[in-house]
Design a protein around this ligand. Structure first.
Ligand code: COA
Length: 259
């Protein structure tokens, strides 16, 4: 697979996608977005990959969409750019496997918006998050105004979107934007440990859990309970449900096969 702006590797069930524009603080241009689409497709089809980690490396996650590229935008071009962006970020958010954003340094604008498409955000204490688009005379265009208030309190989200300030890791952790915050040196180990815990779970059940959580957020409780019920019943057709319950009854550790 040919990628222009992302370093991509796979190790022990984890696919690592690392933005690779360090001199531009990993600003996300169309090349990066196209690469993310390719990575998501690859992860979806590769049974050996159980968890996708998106990262920017040790210094910076991503300082937003590429302002240089955007500065030349007009209305028609911006619709085209955001159409592509929405398709790719939705594919990432809908991926049937768990996703983790591993964040060091700035995760701003489009960087934070991409991280919000992941199921989990694990950060170093160097992380700084924010949606500064308003300071450029625009608003977030990668899902920030929609995903953030679905994740945290509305008025905090409104403050982030309408004032455009930046927030340090500890506060973002308190607010629930970040799942874990650790020292920079411990970030990779923490991400691998978290991914390992996910990989010990049954893959089809994980997929069902993600679908129930995500789809349920946008429907009434009654409809959400229906979604959950169908997925719950479906899992009783899997070998992993038989194995998980047999293992419990036989007082041993379950060996899930993803079937
Ligand atoms: N788009 C394009 N280029 C960017 C960028 C972005 N979002 N963020 C940083 N860069 C570039 C800078 O232009 C600079 O390039 P240069 O060396 O060719 O001039 C390089 O990355 C380093 O950035 P710099 O601003 O010098 O680093 P800093 O440590 O002083 O400041 C930030 C870091 C993150 C505070 C600052 O870069 C910033 O505010 N970036 C924009 C954040 C933003 O508004 N994001 C939302 C975009 S919609």
């Amino acid at each position: 697979m040919e990628l222009n702006s992302i370093l991509y590797s796979k190790e022990n069930g984890i696919a690592w996608a690392q933005f690779n524009r360090p001199d531009k603080l990993n600003a996300l241009n169309s090349d990066v977005f196209a690469d993310i689409g390719r990575v998501v497709d690859d992860v979806a089809l590769d049974d050996a990959v159980r968890v996708l980690v998106i990262t920017g490396g040790d210094k910076v996650f991503a300082a937003g969409a590429d302002i240089q590229e955007m500065s030349r935008g007009d209305i028609a071009g911006t619709y085209k750019f955001t159409d592509a962006g929405i398709q790719i970020t939705e594919r990432l958010a809908d991926l049937g496997k768990p996703t983790i954003a591993a964040i060091s340094g700035y995760a701003l604008g489009g960087g934070l918006e991409l991280a919000l498409c992941c199921d989990f955000r694990i950060a170093a204490d160097t992380a700084v998050v924010g949606l500064p688009e308003i300071t450029l005379g625009i608003i977030p265009g990668g899902g920030g105004t929609q995903r953030l208030p679905r994740l945290i309190n509305y008025s905090i989200a409104a403050e982030m979107v309408m004032l455009g300030g930046m927030m340090k890791a500890e506060r973002a952790h308190q607010l629930g934007i970040l799942n874990r915050v650790v020292a920079q040196e411990a970030l990779k180990e923490e991400v691998v440990k978290f991914a390992g815990q996910l990989m010990a779970r049954a893959p089809i059940a994980l997929r069902a859990a993600k679908t129930a959580l995500r789809k349920g957020l946008n429907v009434s409780l009654k409809d959400g309970l229906c979604i959950e019920q169908d997925l719950f019943a479906m899992l009783f057709g899997t070998a992993d449900q038989k194995e998980g319950m047999a293992a419990f009854l036989e007082k041993r550790k379950a060996k899930f096969t993803g079937k």
